[in-house]
Ligand binder design. Structure first.
Ligand SMILES: [Ca+2]
Ligand SMILES: [Ca+2]
Length: 285
């Protein structure tokens, strides 16, 4: 009797496991907004459009510091995704990956530097400013654009110039040569995304910080406003956030969970519960 019961139980567990896994879904989201804030050179005048660059509608976003010949000023990219508009409320997010395309970097020589995502804690704006040429200098800010000083030009200042964000990085990726896709995918990004789904009012996206300890580290990625293709992969070069989630358990899911428990798989059920636990949201740096 015992010899036949064990395989039956294992088969039942495996069947239920695959049934639960089949509930998972994966979506690719395009940004709801992106922009770059450009550290200005003196003199500072937060009321001046010309002295507060932005690039809301530009093809590119930037992170890192420019070369010394341009005073080594900092650039920081902002990017946000509207998860609540596309993922059912109550879902449990299990995997998150951000993919960006690096279309330009300082090449004499190419230096591999880290670019980190930090969760923003203030809302910010993307208006119609559009820098010319390679866009490294930005364009005059337009009403509603984020700038180094403004969350939204020229009505709302950041609490601190350079943006309001959590000090701990959610993910870090080493960025090297151009014309390549790069990805960020770490557990804190899952916590960020879960927070944004559960509380859309706290969804301000990420800021991208390059290596700001030295100059000439600036990296240029394609924005959501780009129309470029990567010829190697024949893919658009837009920023993409890939999110895998399990919708809120329905009655069938609950029955499966109950059956799993009754089959004596308590340890596995506890492990699942831990994996679904949500990280508390931190509201201040
Ligand atoms: Ca944009
Ligand atoms: Ca442009």
């Amino acid at each position: 009797m015992r010899g036949t019961t064990v395989p039956v139980v294992i088969c039942a567990i495996l069947s239920l496991w695959f049934a639960l896994a089949a509930h998972a879904a994966t979506l690719e989201l395009l940004p709801a907004a992106d922009n770059t804030i450009y550290e200005p050179a003196p003199p500072f005048d937060p009321s001046s459009s010309e002295l507060n660059p932005s690039n809301g509608a530009g093809d590119f976003i930037f992170a890192g510091r420019v070369a010394d010949m341009n005073e080594g000023l900092r650039r920081r990219a902002l990017v946000g995704f509207d998860l609540a508009a596309q993922i059912p409320a109550g879902s449990i997010i299990t995997e998150v990956t951000l993919r960006l395309y690096l279309s330009q970097t300082i090449t004499a020589p190419v230096v591999t530097t880290d670019v980190s995502l930090h969760r923003l804690t203030s809302t910010w704006g993307e208006a119609a400013s559009d820098a010319s040429g390679q866009e490294g200098g930005g364009a005059n800010a337009i009403l509603g654009d984020a700038t180094w000083f403004h969350a939204e030009f020229d009505t709302t200042l950041w609490q601190l110039p350079g943006g309001d964000f959590l000090p701990q990085a959610s993910a870090t990726t080493a960025i090297g040569d151009r014309n390549l896709f790069y990805t960020w995918s770490e557990p804190r990004m899952i916590a960020d995304a879960q927070c944004w789904l559960d509380d859309p009012g706290q969804n301000f996206g990420w800021i991208l910080l390059g290596d700001e300890s030295v100059s000439a580290t600036a990296k240029r990625f394609d924005s959501r406003d780009s129309f470029s293709f990567d010829l190697t992969t024949n893919r658009r070069t837009l920023p993409v956030l890939t999110v895998t989630y399990v919708p809120e358990p329905d009655s069938a899911g609950l029955m499966m969970a109950a059956l799993l428990a009754s089959l004596g798989t308590r340890r596995r059920a506890v492990a699942l519960g831990n994996a679904h636990a949500r990280t508390p949201f931190t509201t201040s740096p």
